[in-house]
Design a protein around this ligand. Structure first.
Ligand SMILES: Nc1ncnc2c1ncn2[C@@H]1O[C@H](COP(=O)(O)OP(=O)(O)O)[C@@H](O)[C@H]1O
Ligand SMILES: [Mg+2]
Length: 517
């Protein structure tokens, strides 16, 4: 008989701004299971877990842990009761070693001094016990994300976590790292730990989890044994309809070269080259995917192209025009659109309205001005048309963008960036962290743009996304192109993973094929 270890019973959570993020949510997990928590972005998953971990208060309901009602006054309290959490954004001190991070706040002492060797011993002991391979003496800042995550897990375990909450742990991992994490999580489960696993990836849930609870718009809408449901069932419960994540597309018909990047070199303030003499081209009517673990130069490349970052060497041109020394607006006027990975800093002005966000790249244009004044009627029409066309869920055009869900914020960005007949779109993580519906919509629009003759550079750490959308692919590893794969339709995520992790690299001749004239 499964034993219920935790019950969150009829939880209601209202944020200070009045937003009801959880409404009467009931969430029950059994001892020793891996329980998936799923739902579109904004469904309230992180909120529910923050409540459990004691970092968000709640208005109604109760939490019952091992038959006893509890209410944690913060993470320390939660940890003391055996509940640990690994957040979407790691909370480690980069300049410290793994061992120092693991024992932070519970440092072993010898003669009143911090006992580093004992910290290493404790860390190694935990790593061995739980079969997590991390170097206790390594500095956290030198570790790849996959290892940072392990450090977070070890940290929770040495503090006695029996229930471990993992909030979208695989979002930042390669397939190989994900596979490794799954082995470790299954091992933890065998040792009697209980795991709550949040992910948007249906196949991961199918592979790893025992049961699933699904949230939709702050309510729990279903739970099931994983074995009893198909991926289609799950996605139906999540969005209330069938989602086709496959994007229909015909083979590309690439035409002349639009973007030409040659011998681009970008060096960090520290003197370390981040982008190392790379050359590639993107043609009219094709989507070139750029795959890679984040932090291998992709973001810097997109910022260099769009004028946000200066570069030391090489050249970038769009339709034959050299971009060197050009201002951001001049580059945009050449038809370059940019969906930034950081939508809250570069993409959208959160305190501004939907209308002002859309207007921000075109307010000065003749068609929206009448003499010295704005042509309000025209601007309003244009905005309302885009709200409709891009299915932006808001009450009206004057809504502040920060009141919208992540998926809708991104639709505002995309509405602005895709609606100017761009010659080139740089789309950096265009669907990261947003719900299935918005993701599907944005992907379709990218393919439509391609069919209308736009050149698209798609940068994404989501392998399904790059594989699904790209016509051809380059893979980045440590600031270099590790591979050029002209036909994306024959590539698997395992092949990509090998190039991403630097296990394999093509010859310079093979890579040079992507530098079209
Ligand atoms: N501090 C906050 N104040 C107001 N609203 C918030 C806050 N944090 C999250 N929300 C809103 O609550 C909803 C649920 O968010 P979240 O729990 O992060 O969803 P999920 O993790 O399922 O994507 C979202 O619409 C989000 O915008
Ligand atoms: Mg979340």
């Amino acid at each position: 008989m499964p034993e219920e270890i935790l019950l969150m019973d009829k939880i209601t959570k209202v944020y200070p701004n009045g937003f009801v993020a959880n409404k009467d949510v009931t969430f029950s997990i059994n001892k020793g299971e891996i329980h998936a928590l799923m739902g579109e972005n904004g469904a309230g998953k992180s909120t529910l877990m923050k409540i459990l971990f004691g970092i968000e208060p709640f208005e109604e309901g109760r939490i019952v842990l091992k038959g006893k009602e509890v209410r944690f006054n913060g993470p320390l309290d939660a940890i003391a009761n055996g509940v640990g959490m690994v957040h979407q954004h790691f909370m480690l001190v980069p300049s410290l070693t793994v061992a120092e991070n693991v024992v932070l706040g519970m440092e072993p002492k010898k003669g009143g001094m911090f006992d580093f060797e004992e910290a290493v011993r404790l860390t190694e002991e935990a790593c061995n016990k739980y079969n997590l391979k991390v170097d206790a003496r390594a500095k956290v800042e030198d570790l790849p994300v996959g290892f940072k995550q392990k450090v977070e897990i070890v940290k929770a375990l040495v503090r006695g976590a029996e229930i471990l909450i993992l909030d979208e742990p695989t979002a930042v991992l390669t397939p190989q790292e994900t596979a490794e994490l799954f082995v470790e999580l299954k091992h933890l489960k065998e040792q009697g730990h209980t795991i709550v696993f949040i992910s948007h990836k249906l196949h991961e849930i199918k592979e790893l989890c025992d049961r699933i609870t699904i949230l939709r718009l702050g309510k729990s809408v279903g739970k099931a044994n994983i074995a009893d449901v198909t991926e289609a069932d799950i996605s139906r419960m999540m969005v209330g309809r069938d989602v086709v994540l496959k994007v229909e597309k015909t083979p590309a018909k690439p035409q002349e070269t639009v973007l030409k990047v040659r011998d681009l070199r970008i060096v960090a303030d520290t003197g370390k080259p981040i982008v190392n003499d790379i050359s590639f081209s993107v043609r009219k009517g094709e989507i070139l995917g750029m795959a890679g673990v984040e932090g291998n130069g992709q973001s810097q490349i997109s910022e260099a192209i769009t004028g946000l970052l200066s570069y030391q060497q090489g050249s970038i041109s769009v339709n034959g025009v050299d971009l060197k020394g050009k201002k951001i607006r001049e580059i945009r006027e050449l038809g370059v659109s940019h969906v930034s990975e950081d939508r809250n800093t570069y993409g959208a002005a959160l305190v501004s309205s939907v209308k002002d966000n859309i207007l921000s790249d075109r307010y000065y244009k003749k068609e929206y001005n009448k003499g010295l004044l704005f042509d309000d009627k025209k601007i309003n029409e244009m905005t309302d048309d885009l709200i409709k066309e891009f299915l932006i869920k808001c009450d009206d055009r004057d809504d502040q963008v920060k009141m919208l869900s992540g998926g809708n914020v991104q639709k505002v960005v995309v509405a602005r960036e895709f609606s100017n007949k761009p010659a080139l779109v740089i789309a950096n993580q265009p669907t990261r962290g947003i719900d299935v519906g918005a993701t599907e919509f944005i992907r379709k629009r990218l393919v439509e743009l391609r069919d209308e003759g736009t050149a698209v550079l798609l940068i994404s750490a989501d392998l399904n996304e790059v594989l699904e959308l790209s016509d051809s692919l380059i893979v980045m590893n440590e600031g270099k192109i590790a591979a050029y794969l002209p036909d994306a339709s024959v590539i698997t995520d395992m092949i990509l993973g090998e190039y991403m992790l630097g296990v394999k690299t093509q010859t310079p001749e093979e890579i040079a094929r992507v530098a079209y004239d």
